[in-house]
Design a protein around this ligand. Structure first.
Ligand SMILES: Nc1ncnc2c1ncn2[C@@H]1O[C@H](COP(=O)(O)OP(=O)(O)OP(=O)(O)O)[C@@H](O)[C@H]1O
Ligand SMILES: [Mg+2]
Length: 319
């Protein structure tokens, strides 16, 4: 349903250095799949969504949505997609109903279809009671849900959600998540969403792609990515001969995975092991014997946050 091949986007503005926002992204998303792009600020998520929704032309590479090329078959692509943007722009003076009705007219829906869909969607996103209030009086969560309803008005096959729950409280996030799941389960819609939140990606996504600095670093089912880290994770930070520690730990049969990243003044190791409880003493013994000064140690079950940290060196927002 969504396919990109070596997608490159370079922003060029006069008087400033060009920015490589996407550096060759290839991905393939099946019909009915929920795919979450997880990445830090500036990773290229919104840029990718903008290209797939035909708002920006790619610099190189191809992208197809529902089989149509986003650069040459824009009308065909637009007819099949819905999108909600990261920055919400609702006209504060229009009521929720007017916002939706206007959008329906843009899509050429007749009056009857507009009325029917608006009433169904208002129920779906729980805005029925406030639909005739001005959108300017809506809370952040209500505005997001109005955006979601707007994205769905054209009955799209593919929905792009850029940070659908940014800035929402836990109740509102949970309610958006419920709607997203329902869309997939009941309407069979294909969903590409972006998020900074590992919790959101874990809650919703069939597959996650981790993107950083314009590159797709790894993708897979959240559970598979997490399992790849090892049964347990020992996180250890401190100072000393990093290479020596890494080499010695790597040679232990219990160690399934090891990476290190700078962490403030020190270095942080993520050590995947078959059993944290059984191996902790052995691991610390090896590290100390290498003359490494240990500042902090923890043992936990790996999370998507560990996967993210292992690939990007960054902590996720909700950790
Ligand atoms: N119109 C533009 N002109 C120049 N550079 C841009 C433009 N839009 C985005 N960029 C740059 O491209 C890179 C990717 O930006 P993008 O908005 O796609 O990231 P993002 O992953 O959506 O980030 P965030 O999580 O903060 O929303 C960033 O370095 C950004 O500064
Ligand atoms: Mg963005």
């Amino acid at each position: 349903m969504i396919e990109t091949n070596d997608l490159v986007k370079e922003y060029t503005a006069s008087g400033s250095e060009p920015v490589q926002a996407l550096r060759g992204v290839s991905l393939s998303i099946k019909a009915g799949e929920i795919y979450a792009l997880l990445g830090p600020n500036g990773a290229g998520k919104t840029t990718l969504i903008s290209i797939l929704t035909t708002l920006l032309p790619p610099t190189h590479g191809q992208a197809r949505v529902a089989g149509y090329d986003v650069a040459t078959q824009t009308a065909e692509v637009r007819r099949r997609l819905g999108v909600t943007f990261q920055e919400i722009v609702v006209d504060a003076d229009l009521t929720g109903r007017q916002v939706l009705d206007f959008h329906g007219r843009l899509y050429g829906l007749d009056k009857r279809t507009r009325t029917d869909r608006i009433s169904t969607l208002a129920e779906l996103v729980e805005l029925k009671e406030v639909l005739d209030r001005k959108a300017g009086t809506y809370s952040g969560g209500m505005k997001r849900r109005l955006e979601l309803a707007r994205g769905l008005l054209s009955a799209p096959q593919v929905l792009f959600l850029d940070e659908p729950t940014q800035g929402l409280d836990p109740q509102n996030r949970a309610s958006i998540w419920r709607h997203i799941r329902r869309l997939r389960d009941e309407e069979g819609i294909t969903l590409l969403m972006t998020t900074h939140s590992m919790e959101e990606a874990e809650a919703l996504a069939d597959r996650v792609g981790i993107i950083d600095q314009g590159r797709l670093l790894v993708e897979g089912a959240p559970s598979a990515l997490i399992q790849g880290m090892g049964a347990d994770m020992i996180t250890l930070s401190g100072t000393g001969d990093v290479e020596l520690v890494e080499n010695r730990l790597q040679s232990l049969p219990a160690v399934t995975h090891i990476v290190h990243h700078p962490a403030e003044e020190a270095v942080r190791f993520q050590i995947g092991v078959d059993s944290g409880e059984r191996r902790l003493a052995e691991i610390i013994g090896v590290v100390l014997a290498s003359g490494f000064h240990v500042q902090q140690v923890s043992v936990h079950r790996p999370t998507l946050g560990d996967v993210f940290l292992a690939y990007t060196g960054d902590q996720l927002r909700d950790e």
